[in-house]
Design a protein around this ligand. Structure first.
Ligand code: F6R
Length: 242
């Protein structure tokens, strides 16, 4: 795992946006793997600014998001479909037909997971996967206990994830208990991976992911098995690495 330690969240966001810009300039029909959550919001804003300034086009790009809550429709404001459309896809001019998220409303969720895997494969695989990091070490919604062979599937959200994500909902009771998420094996198939983690609350997970043993207890530690992973972390998230 390569480490890029930058001063703060703003510089981490600039770095990650720059990574995506370079990828899309090199290959306009790139396949990007995308994350939601609080951490990448600023990077997405920076990408929107680039497009609006005429410096970049995402119209040929294909995207696959990591995860979606089970039971939230794409119109639900806290769904990851809605997050992606409002923060990135609509303002940055993506071709919506080429943007994909797991279907958390599918009648058969297991089949939906398999179809998602097939769609990723049919697109030629992910060129660049962006990840956030849970304070408990999750990537996507692969909570502690997830195996290296896991694929897109339904998972129970960990109690600490429900609590952490309650800030986006009226109360913790409203946070869905289930999600559809790419698996660890799905993520590790991306040709390159960039993880962004900022703030003190991520410091322990960063340290264990980078230095600790590779174990399902710390799902992000599986990234040590991939040859092209970069962690972009601010000083606070890197504070236990020194
Ligand atoms: C989001 C995702 C999650 C988040 C993680 C960190 O699509 O897959 O793994 O990246 O929960 O969330 P924030 O950035 O809100 O701290």
């Amino acid at each position: 795992i390569e480490l890029e330690i930058v001063p703060d969240h703003e510089s981490a966001s600039t770095r990650v946006a720059g990574w995506i810009v370079e990828q899309v300039r090199r290959k306009s029909a790139s396949v990007l793997g995308l994350a939601t959550g609080g951490t990448p919001e600023r990077a997405y804003e920076l990408l929107v600014e680039k497009v609006q300034a005429g410096h970049l086009s995402f119209s040929d790009v294909t995207t696959f998001n990591l995860d979606e809550y089970v039971g939230l429709s794409p119109e639900h404001p806290q769904s990851y479909h809605a997050y992606m459309r409002s923060r990135l896809f609509d303002p940055a001019g993506f071709n919506l037909e080429q943007t994909h998220l797991p279907d958390g409303m599918a009648a058969d969720l297991q089949e939906a997971g398999q179809q998602y895997e097939a769609l990723i494969a049919a697109s030629g695989g992910i060129d660049l996967q962006l990840l956030g990091l849970g304070a408990n070490g999750h990537i996507g919604f692969n909570e502690p206990g997830a195996t290296e062979a896991s694929r897109t599937r339904v998972v129970d959200l960990a109690g600490e994830t429900i609590d952490a994500n309650a800030r986006f909902f009226a109360s913790a009771e409203e946070v869905p208990r289930l999600a559809l998420t790419m698996g660890i094996a799905t993520i590790l198939e991306a040709r390159a991976i960039v993880l962004i983690a900022t703030g003190e609350s991520k410091a322990e997970a960063v340290e264990r992911a980078v230095r600790g043993p590779v174990t399902p207890d710390m799902p992000a530690s599986f990234l040590q098995r991939h040859p092209h992973v970069t962690f972009v972390v601010d000083e606070a998230a890197a504070s236990l690495l020194k």
